[in-house]
Design a protein around this ligand. Structure first.
Ligand code: ADP
Length: 386
């Protein structure tokens, strides 16, 4: 449930001025506001306080000796902790020191002119206080969502892990029963047991899939430099049986090296290649093209087949876990491959999508940020016939 922002929650603010009477005046003007006010008599003192306290904003006198307001602001901006704290400069119109063209990004700045009009001061203070409260509420909400997400992931993992054990017992005893009663039960009873064993096995496959799916985000395998050509070799080696049976041909260009989790990237490419082979046109040896190109610094990969194709209305659905467009009898599988692929790509901060037309084939694309890119390889097309 979204958190309600309490507009009268106290916020910490800092007033900086070398004149004690100015500090006292500002403080008295703001005494009725829900603020916790700290005061500093110099830029140096202000910077020290800001290192300790997260201020919502700072009211900063420009004309101070030693370190003036602009210099103090510059130093605030160069520090990670205080870099984007809003600053309201206090100065007098026409004073030499006024220079509104200075850039104090990334944090916002505003100006207040002496003599200070209490209503304007309060209005600015309320705006910056509200902005701070809203920002904090969004941060809290984000943190909460991240925690809940983690809990859910953990739950899916533990639940699927723990479900496998009792299921293993059910499957084992059903199989024993089937063997034990072989030839002694009538045909109907035999069929019932057979369906029960079959159902338990299918359930085990689904639970295993769920485990695999949640492991993509729960595992803390580190990112390393991954050569996608090696990933391709490993993926095709894992698929050597189906490749041999189908007579599939792979054509690929030189693939880049990127930063990622090696085992997950093998899984990703393996899923896409295996689908490209599995959903080939009946009676024809599948031909699959794997290319990589560079787009805005990211590596964009494509896996193109000449298979049965997919209708655009199913483009979103096929990435949902356990969603399939065919029965198990038509094509084996449980509808995990693309959901897993999407998760893997997202874990790498990339994107996955496709272009396809029924009967004409499909191209699956995925992008991966190429931090550790060591050359995306031109168009030197190598052919790997398996
Ligand atoms: P599975 O292969 O186990 O069915 P996936 O999640 O990998 O699970 O794919 C989901 C569905 O998307 C498949 O059942 C199939 O209908 C469709 N699909 C995936 N890849 C292709 C492809 N290359 N060509 C045609 N259809 C595909």
């Amino acid at each position: 449930m979204p958190q309600k922002i309490k507009m009268d929650d106290q916020v910490d603010i800092l007033i900086v001025d070398d004149q004690p009477e100015n500090l006292a005046t500002l403080e008295s003007m703001l005494e009725k506001e829900p603020l916790s006010i700290r005061k500093a008599g110099s830029g140096k003192e202000a910077l020290e306080l800001m290192r300790e306290i997260d201020f919502a904003f700072v009211l900063l006198d420009v004309g101070m000796p030693d370190m003036d307001g602009y210099e103090t602001a510059k130093r605030m901006r160069s520090n990670e902790k205080t870099g984007d704290v809003p600053i309201v400069f206090i100065t007098a119109i026409g004073e030499e020191e006024l220079d509104m063209s200075r850039d104090f990004s990334p944090g916002p700045v505003d100006y207040l002119f002496r003599p200070i009009e209490p209503a304007i001061l309060k209005s600015k203070v309320r705006i910056f206080s509200d902005l701070h409260r809203q920002g904090k509420a969004i941060q809290d909400q984000l943190r909460l969502m991240e925690e809940r997400n983690k809990e859910l992931e953990q739950f899916a993992y533990v639940a699927s892990h723990d479900l496998r054990e009792p299921l293993r017992v059910v499957t084992l005893y059903l199989e024993l029963l089937e063997r034990h009663c072989h030839g002694r039960l009538d045909e109907k009873a035999g069929t019932f047991i057979h369906y029960a064993v079959d159902g338990a096995k299918r359930m085990d496959m689904l639970i295993k899939g769920l485990l695999q799916y949640s492991r993509v985000t729960t595992s803390d395998e580190p990112f390393t430099s991954v050569n996608m050509n090696e990933v391709f070799e490993e993926a095709t080696s894992n698929l050597s049986g189906v490749i041999r049976e189908s007579g599939a041909v792979f054509i690929k260009n030189n693939l880049p090296t990127l930063s990622g989790v090696h085992s997950l990237l093998v899984q990703l490419l393996q899923n896409l290649l295996s689908n490209a082979v599995k959903f080939g046109k009946p009676g024809a040896a599948p031909e699959v093209r794997i290319f990589a190109a560079r787009r805005h610094g990211d590596g964009v990969f494509s896996v193109k087949d000449k298979g049965i194709g997919i209708e655009p209305k199913h483009f979103e659905r096929i990435f949902v876990i356990f969603q399939r467009l065919h029965t198990m009898e038509q094509y084996p599988g449980i509808g995990l491959g693309l959901a897993l692929s999407k998760r893997i790509v997202e874990r790498h901060h990339g994107r996955i999508w496709l272009e396809s037309a029924l009967e004409e084939g499909s191209t699956f694309f995925f992008s991966l940020p190429a931090e550790a890119d060591q050359g995306s390889g031109g168009r030197s097309v190598g052919s790997a016939k398996k």
